[in-house]
Design a protein around this ligand. Sequence first.
Ligand SMILES: C[S@@+](CC[C@H](N)C(=O)[O-])C[C@H]1O[C@@H](n2cnc3c(N)ncnc32)[C@H](O)[C@@H]1O
Length: 205
Amino acid sequence: MPDNQKQHWDHIYNTKAEDEVSWFQSYPKTSMEFVEMFNLPLDANIIDIGGGDSHFADALLDKGYQNIWVLDLSAAAIEKAKQRLGENASKVHWIVSDVTDFEPPVPFHFWHDRAAFHFLTTEEKIYRYVAIGEEAIAKDGYLVLGTFSENGPKKCSGLEIKQYSETSMSARFEVAFNRIKCIQEDHTTPFNTVQNFLFSSFQRK
Ligand SMILES: C[S@@+](CC[C@H](N)C(=O)[O-])C[C@H]1O[C@@H](n2cnc3c(N)ncnc32)[C@H](O)[C@@H]1O
Protein backbone atom coordinates (compact mmCIF):
# COMPACT_ATOMS: atom_id res chain seq x y z
CA MET A 1 0.00 0.00 0.00
CA PRO A 2 1.42 3.43 -0.85
CA ASP A 3 2.48 5.55 2.12
CA ASN A 4 -0.16 8.12 1.29
CA GLN A 5 -2.92 5.75 2.53
CA LYS A 6 -1.24 5.54 5.91
CA GLN A 7 -0.74 9.30 5.90
CA HIS A 8 -4.38 9.79 4.95
CA TRP A 9 -5.59 7.79 7.95
CA ASP A 10 -3.05 9.28 10.37
CA HIS A 11 -4.16 12.73 9.29
CA ILE A 12 -7.85 11.87 9.86
CA TYR A 13 -7.21 10.50 13.33
CA ASN A 14 -4.87 13.38 14.26
CA THR A 15 -7.27 16.11 13.18
CA LYS A 16 -10.82 14.87 13.85
CA ALA A 17 -12.64 14.08 17.06
CA GLU A 18 -14.10 10.58 17.22
CA ASP A 19 -17.62 11.84 16.51
CA GLU A 20 -16.49 13.93 13.56
CA VAL A 21 -16.03 10.89 11.32
CA SER A 22 -18.89 9.26 9.45
CA TRP A 23 -18.30 5.74 10.81
CA PHE A 24 -18.50 6.73 14.50
CA GLN A 25 -20.63 4.54 16.77
CA SER A 26 -20.80 5.05 20.52
CA TYR A 27 -21.68 1.35 20.85
CA PRO A 28 -21.08 -1.31 18.14
CA LYS A 29 -24.50 -2.90 18.58
CA THR A 30 -24.57 -5.14 15.51
CA SER A 31 -21.01 -6.37 16.06
CA MET A 32 -21.80 -7.25 19.66
CA GLU A 33 -24.94 -9.09 18.58
CA PHE A 34 -22.70 -11.33 16.47
CA VAL A 35 -20.44 -11.92 19.50
CA GLU A 36 -23.50 -13.02 21.49
CA MET A 37 -24.82 -15.17 18.65
CA PHE A 38 -21.50 -17.04 18.37
CA ASN A 39 -21.43 -17.61 22.13
CA LEU A 40 -17.65 -17.22 22.20
CA PRO A 41 -15.80 -18.27 25.35
CA LEU A 42 -14.15 -15.42 27.26
CA ASP A 43 -10.67 -16.68 26.34
CA ALA A 44 -11.40 -16.65 22.58
CA ASN A 45 -8.84 -14.82 20.40
CA ILE A 46 -10.79 -11.94 18.85
CA ILE A 47 -9.30 -9.52 16.35
CA ASP A 48 -10.73 -6.25 15.06
CA ILE A 49 -9.24 -5.60 11.62
CA GLY A 50 -8.99 -1.89 10.79
CA GLY A 51 -10.34 -1.33 14.28
CA GLY A 52 -9.14 2.27 14.36
CA ASP A 53 -10.61 4.13 17.30
CA SER A 54 -13.70 1.89 17.47
CA HIS A 55 -15.42 1.13 20.77
CA PHE A 56 -15.62 -2.57 19.86
CA ALA A 57 -12.60 -3.38 22.07
CA ASP A 58 -14.19 -1.45 24.96
CA ALA A 59 -17.44 -3.42 24.57
CA LEU A 60 -15.54 -6.72 24.50
CA LEU A 61 -13.55 -5.78 27.61
CA ASP A 62 -16.81 -4.89 29.37
CA LYS A 63 -18.10 -8.39 28.61
CA GLY A 64 -14.94 -9.91 30.11
CA TYR A 65 -13.11 -10.99 26.94
CA GLN A 66 -9.45 -11.56 27.69
CA ASN A 67 -7.71 -11.98 24.34
CA ILE A 68 -8.55 -8.97 22.22
CA TRP A 69 -6.41 -7.79 19.31
CA VAL A 70 -6.81 -4.57 17.34
CA LEU A 71 -4.99 -4.10 14.04
CA ASP A 72 -4.88 -0.87 12.08
CA LEU A 73 -2.77 0.73 9.41
CA SER A 74 -2.74 3.99 11.34
CA ALA A 75 -0.50 4.39 14.38
CA ALA A 76 -2.47 7.55 15.20
CA ALA A 77 -5.71 5.55 15.37
CA ILE A 78 -4.19 2.98 17.70
CA GLU A 79 -2.72 5.69 19.91
CA LYS A 80 -6.10 7.38 20.16
CA ALA A 81 -7.84 4.13 21.10
CA LYS A 82 -5.18 3.46 23.75
CA GLN A 83 -5.62 6.94 25.22
CA ARG A 84 -9.37 6.45 25.42
CA LEU A 85 -9.06 3.09 27.12
CA GLY A 86 -6.53 4.36 29.67
CA GLU A 87 -5.42 1.59 32.03
CA ASN A 88 -7.52 -0.94 30.12
CA ALA A 89 -5.35 -0.40 27.02
CA SER A 90 -2.79 -2.82 28.46
CA LYS A 91 -5.40 -5.61 28.27
CA VAL A 92 -5.51 -5.35 24.46
CA HIS A 93 -2.91 -6.49 21.90
CA TRP A 94 -2.26 -3.61 19.48
CA ILE A 95 -0.85 -4.12 15.98
CA VAL A 96 0.05 -1.33 13.56
CA SER A 97 0.08 -2.95 10.14
CA ASP A 98 -1.50 -3.00 6.73
CA VAL A 99 -3.84 -6.00 6.95
CA THR A 100 -2.46 -7.27 3.64
CA ASP A 101 1.01 -7.57 5.27
CA PHE A 102 -0.32 -9.15 8.48
CA GLU A 103 1.37 -12.28 9.81
CA PRO A 104 -1.12 -13.75 12.30
CA PRO A 105 0.60 -14.54 15.63
CA VAL A 106 -2.18 -16.84 16.92
CA PRO A 107 -5.22 -18.60 15.45
CA PHE A 108 -8.27 -16.37 15.75
CA HIS A 109 -11.71 -17.55 16.84
CA PHE A 110 -13.40 -14.37 15.69
CA TRP A 111 -12.14 -12.01 12.96
CA HIS A 112 -14.19 -8.79 12.88
CA ASP A 113 -13.89 -6.05 10.28
CA ARG A 114 -16.22 -3.07 10.07
CA ALA A 115 -15.46 -0.76 7.16
CA ALA A 116 -11.82 -1.71 6.45
CA PHE A 117 -12.09 -4.56 3.90
CA HIS A 118 -14.09 -2.38 1.51
CA PHE A 119 -11.10 -0.04 1.07
CA LEU A 120 -9.26 -2.82 -0.78
CA THR A 121 -10.10 -2.17 -4.40
CA THR A 122 -7.54 -4.21 -6.35
CA GLU A 123 -7.79 -7.95 -7.01
CA GLU A 124 -4.28 -8.42 -5.62
CA LYS A 125 -5.09 -6.78 -2.27
CA ILE A 126 -8.46 -8.51 -1.94
CA TYR A 127 -6.85 -11.86 -2.73
CA ARG A 128 -4.18 -11.28 -0.08
CA TYR A 129 -6.78 -10.31 2.54
CA VAL A 130 -8.83 -13.45 1.89
CA ALA A 131 -5.71 -15.66 1.95
CA ILE A 132 -4.52 -14.14 5.26
CA GLY A 133 -8.00 -14.53 6.77
CA GLU A 134 -8.14 -18.18 5.67
CA GLU A 135 -4.79 -18.82 7.34
CA ALA A 136 -5.51 -16.80 10.48
CA ILE A 137 -8.99 -18.02 11.39
CA ALA A 138 -9.14 -21.28 13.33
CA LYS A 139 -11.31 -24.19 12.15
CA ASP A 140 -14.92 -23.38 13.15
CA GLY A 141 -13.83 -19.80 13.89
CA TYR A 142 -16.03 -16.88 12.81
CA LEU A 143 -15.62 -14.05 10.35
CA VAL A 144 -17.80 -10.93 10.26
CA LEU A 145 -17.31 -8.26 7.61
CA GLY A 146 -19.20 -4.98 7.62
CA THR A 147 -18.91 -3.20 4.27
CA PHE A 148 -20.97 -0.71 2.33
CA SER A 149 -23.75 -2.51 0.46
CA GLU A 150 -24.73 -1.87 -3.14
CA ASN A 151 -27.19 0.69 -1.72
CA GLY A 152 -24.45 2.38 0.29
CA PRO A 153 -21.97 5.16 -0.50
CA LYS A 154 -19.33 4.74 -3.19
CA LYS A 155 -16.68 6.50 -1.12
CA CYS A 156 -15.69 6.69 2.51
CA SER A 157 -13.39 9.29 4.03
CA GLY A 158 -12.77 10.60 0.51
CA LEU A 159 -11.40 7.24 -0.68
CA GLU A 160 -12.88 4.88 -3.24
CA ILE A 161 -14.42 1.76 -1.73
CA LYS A 162 -15.80 -1.47 -3.12
CA GLN A 163 -19.48 -2.14 -2.46
CA TYR A 164 -20.65 -5.69 -1.74
CA SER A 165 -23.80 -7.75 -2.10
CA GLU A 166 -24.52 -11.01 -0.33
CA THR A 167 -23.56 -12.82 -3.54
CA SER A 168 -20.31 -10.99 -4.26
CA MET A 169 -19.19 -11.27 -0.64
CA SER A 170 -19.97 -14.98 -0.49
CA ALA A 171 -18.09 -15.55 -3.74
CA ARG A 172 -14.94 -14.11 -2.13
CA PHE A 173 -15.01 -16.33 0.95
CA GLU A 174 -16.94 -19.50 0.06
CA VAL A 175 -13.86 -21.63 -0.70
CA ALA A 176 -12.83 -21.82 2.93
CA PHE A 177 -15.90 -20.59 4.81
CA ASN A 178 -19.57 -21.50 5.19
CA ARG A 179 -21.87 -18.50 5.09
CA ILE A 180 -23.98 -18.05 8.20
CA LYS A 181 -26.05 -14.95 7.44
CA CYS A 182 -25.90 -11.52 5.87
CA ILE A 183 -27.86 -8.53 7.11
CA GLN A 184 -28.24 -5.02 5.83
CA GLU A 185 -28.22 -2.15 8.26
CA ASP A 186 -28.60 1.60 7.99
CA HIS A 187 -25.90 3.44 9.91
CA THR A 188 -26.77 7.02 10.83
CA THR A 189 -23.63 9.13 10.78
CA PRO A 190 -22.96 11.94 13.29
CA PHE A 191 -24.00 14.29 10.46
CA ASN A 192 -27.43 12.62 10.25
CA THR A 193 -26.81 11.01 6.87
CA VAL A 194 -27.57 7.33 6.34
CA GLN A 195 -25.15 4.69 5.05
CA ASN A 196 -26.37 1.23 4.13
CA PHE A 197 -24.00 -1.49 5.39
CA LEU A 198 -23.93 -5.19 4.64
CA PHE A 199 -22.78 -7.37 7.56
CA SER A 200 -21.74 -10.81 6.33
CA SER A 201 -20.91 -13.65 8.68
CA PHE A 202 -19.08 -16.89 7.95
CA GLN A 203 -17.63 -19.91 9.73
CA ARG A 204 -14.26 -21.42 8.81
CA LYS A 205 -14.61 -24.91 7.34
C1 LIG B 1 -13.86 3.73 8.19
S1 LIG B 1 -12.65 3.36 9.38
C2 LIG B 1 -13.49 2.18 10.41
C3 LIG B 1 -12.84 2.05 11.77
C4 LIG B 1 -13.50 1.02 12.69
N1 LIG B 1 -13.50 -0.30 12.12
C5 LIG B 1 -14.89 1.42 13.09
O1 LIG B 1 -15.85 0.73 12.73
O2 LIG B 1 -15.02 2.44 13.79
C6 LIG B 1 -11.53 2.34 8.45
C7 LIG B 1 -10.32 1.92 9.25
O3 LIG B 1 -9.57 0.97 8.47
C8 LIG B 1 -8.19 1.27 8.57
N2 LIG B 1 -7.57 0.74 7.36
C9 LIG B 1 -7.77 1.14 6.08
N3 LIG B 1 -7.06 0.38 5.22
C10 LIG B 1 -6.38 -0.53 5.99
C11 LIG B 1 -5.47 -1.58 5.70
N4 LIG B 1 -5.09 -1.85 4.45
N5 LIG B 1 -4.96 -2.30 6.73
C12 LIG B 1 -5.32 -2.02 8.03
N6 LIG B 1 -6.19 -1.04 8.35
C13 LIG B 1 -6.72 -0.30 7.35
C14 LIG B 1 -8.13 2.78 8.70
O4 LIG B 1 -6.94 3.24 9.28
C15 LIG B 1 -9.36 3.05 9.57
O5 LIG B 1 -9.05 3.01 10.94
